[in-house]
Design a protein around this ligand. Structure first.
Ligand SMILES: Nc1ncnc2c1ncn2[C@@H]1O[C@H](COP(=O)(O)OP(=O)(O)O)[C@@H](O)[C@H]1O
Ligand SMILES: [Mg+2]
Length: 421
């Protein structure tokens, strides 16, 4: 595709608008499809940042690593650290310089394979494989990561790399992960990038890759998942595959449909790397702005307390998402994900400042700070929530032990749990 070409943005089977990009300015342009505007459906599909006007809208404030010059809602479709390593490896393995690929071309590779419901056309067609062997994929991902993206096509089998390219570049985040779909009755596992029908369970799988550490991060995340659900946090069903990989059912694939999902960063343009906008208050305000039901504010409060008590400091704005209900043109808080221990349990780190501040604080957050938030956002019985979350520490101990998290690691993690006073 030529550099200054347009790409069209689709959702729910129709074009919503077109996107252009000016490489020199690092700026993008969006123009709504007039028919889409006129039809008046899905009015709150992009509830912030895009105005529902037919004129072209310019985005020139987002030329950084997080947004790469794109409108934030669209930037949400691009891969993060892990996906970019795979993208670069694949491109260079195919004889192309990844740094010369424009963001619009990268969106064309996302095509219909992205997270959520946004799709891009024209899309690059990538040949399909029938089944996925997770062990084989894990081994290749390990080699790609070992080689830090410096892999030539000869070093890796082309077909396997292609498979990883298809299913390993859509989801965001740092950790190695792939998308797979498991047939509900036959149990066959196929690439999870394109299919979304109801015969399959669609999973995002965080791969357990040997990386010279004495424990499995995925098992730790699994113990966190069990504890979070136990303490009333809303998450999709998760399971361990072969005791190694952490699989979470995708909330952007439901009932044979794609659901429109955006991260808090994607919705607002608040850069998840920017401490000035990174606060729980930003999320509560966003809930109010989106007119989410009050139970979502209660749920967010509970997640905040969980992250404080269970020392998950990595609670940044891309680790919170919102989901669109297309039938009612409403937004709600998406299920929680990426709840896990964020420090290195093999090192003796006592505390680290968290990504999202609470009442202006990133460390030593106390009951009084929670009280301020609870009063501001009318969370009733907030102390009971704190008690319930803290009361599930023994449950965490039990499930972490049962799941096979080594004792030394459990002890190291639990030392950083915080009792709020
Ligand atoms: N169950 C899920 N359903 C749909 N999307 C998900 C789910 N879990 C995670 N995601 C998306 O995938 C991204 C990466 O997942 P995450 O668990 O945050 O990985 P990492 O540990 O690499 O940050 C998230 O930012 C979110 O957008
Ligand atoms: Mg994450």
């Amino acid at each position: 595709m030529a550099k200054n070409n347009l790409i069209s943005v689709h959702c729910f089977g129709q074009e919503t608008g077109r996107l252009g990009f000016d490489e020199n300015r690092g700026a993008s342009f969006f123009q709504y499809n007039e028919d889409f505007l006129k039809a008046g459906n899905y009015q709150r599909l992009f509830p912030l940042l895009f105005r529902r006007i037919k004129q072209t809208q310019v985005f020139d404030k987002y030329n950084n690593d997080t947004f790469r010059g794109l409108p934030p809602m669209i930037a949400d479709s691009l891969p993060d650290l892990f996906g970019n390593i795979i993208f670069k490896t694949w491109m260079e393995g195919s004889g192309r310089d990844a740094s010369k690929i424009s963001v619009l071309e990268q969106l064309a590779y996302v095509g219909t394979r992205g997270m959520g419901a946004l799709e891009y056309q024209p899309s690059k067609s990538i040949s399909t494989a029938d089944t996925v062997n997770i062990d084989e994929i894990t081994e290749i991902v390990r080699r790609v990561l070992d080689l830090k993206g410096q892999v030539s096509a000869e070093q890796l089998d082309h077909a396997s790399l292609l498979n990883i390219f298809r299913i390993g570049t859509s989801a965001g985040g740092m950790r190695p992960k792939i998308l797979v779909s498991e047939h509900k009755t036959l149990g066959t596992i196929i690439p999870g990038d394109i299919v979304f029908d109801d015969q399959y369970n669609h999973y995002l799988v965080k791969l357990g890759i040997e990386e010279g550490i004495s424990y499995s991060r995925e098992l730790v995340e699994y113990a966190y998942y069990l504890t979070a659900v136990h303490t009333g946090i809303d998450m999709t069903a998760c399971k361990m595959i072969e005791g190694k990989h952490f699989a979470t059912l995708r909330f952007d694939r439901q009932g044979g449909k794609k659901k429109h999902v955006l991260t808090a960063t994607g919705l607002t343009g608040f850069d998840y790397m920017d401490p000035k906008v990174s606060s729980y208050e930003s999320l509560f305000e966003l809930l109010l702005f989106l007119k989410c039901p009050h139970k979502d504010a209660e749920q967010l409060f509970r997640r905040m307390v969980f992250n404080l008590v269970f020392a998950n400091h990595d609670d940044h704005l891309k680790n919170h998402s919102f989901i669109y209900d297309e039938a009612n043109d409403d937004w709600g808080l998406a299920p929680a994900y990426d709840l896990t221990y964020s420090l290195n349990p093999e090192l003796n780190i006592k505390s680290r400042s968290r990504a999202l501040s609470v009442n202006g604080k990133r460390t030593e957050i106390a009951m009084n700070d929670l009280k301020v938030i609870a009063e501001k956002y009318t969370i009733k019985n907030f102390k009971k929530v704190v008690e319930e979350v803290q009361g599930s520490i023994p449950y965490w101990q039990q499930v972490a032990e049962e799941s096979g998290v080594p004792e030394k690691i459990r002890e190291s993690i639990i030392k950083n749990f915080a009792l709020l006073v």
